[in-house]
Write a protein of this length. Structure first.
Length: 196
């Protein structure tokens, strides 16, 4: 449906604080109180940062996440969410630094390791990215990101046109790549292009 935007000629006026009692109303209605409480809490700031990252507004997300970090830097998931923002903004070393701190308390957290592998590949630290990948493949119970992790390393070798390491990693990570319908065709396409 399409609607023409018409000029808004509605007049409004703000109610002075002194009139609330006279009108027998609260300045903040009951239905709005739950939205207003905890605005500056670490939980609320984290949620806003998480949402902005989801909308790919990573710079805005960092505003909230950095405020949350000042309140409680150890809030669960905060460092990883900040790293997501840094990766999005191509500040890969900042992502690596904060992820290494996050992994000290939970070294086998799959999503945190995924973000670290991504940052390391973008930083050009492919050997480190491979080492993290191997650890994740072997030790992490959560296998959700294994194909993506393997693909990120493979893609880095592809971009560098490093055929030898591309083929070596393709063979090593083959089971993770070839069992994933999303990454299998991409990996096969890169391999075919490098043979030309």
């Amino acid at each position: 449906m399409k609607y023409r935007l018409e000029p808004n000629n509605n007049l409004i006026a703000f109610i002075p604080d002194s009139k609330f009692a006279e009108l027998n109303i609260d300045k903040i209605p009951d239905w709005l109180k739950s939205y207003k409480t905890g605005e500056g809490s670490v939980e609320r700031l984290y949620q806003w940062g998480y949402m902005y990252n989801g909308w790919n507004e990573c710079e805005k997300a960092l505003e909230y996440l950095e405020k949350a970090q000042k309140i409680n830097p150890d809030y669960k998931g905060l460092r990883t969410e900040m790293a997501f923002s840094y990766n999005c903004l191509k500040q890969y070393q900042k992502a690596v630094d904060i992820l290494k701190i996050a992994l000290k308390s939970d070294p086998l957290e799959a999503y945190t390791n995924k973000e670290l592998i991504y940052a390391e590949t973008k930083n050009g630290n492919l050997e480190e990215a491979e080492n993290v990948c191997r650890k994740v493949f072997k030790e992490c119970a959560d296998k959700t990101y294994n194909a993506e992790n393997a693909y990120n390393v493979l893609q880095a070798y592809y971009i560098k046109k490093d055929i030898k390491n591309f083929n070596r990693w393709f063979a090593e990570a083959n089971s993770h790549l070839m069992n994933n319908p999303q990454f299998k065709p991409l990996a096969e396409q890169m391999k075919a292009e490098l043979k030309q």
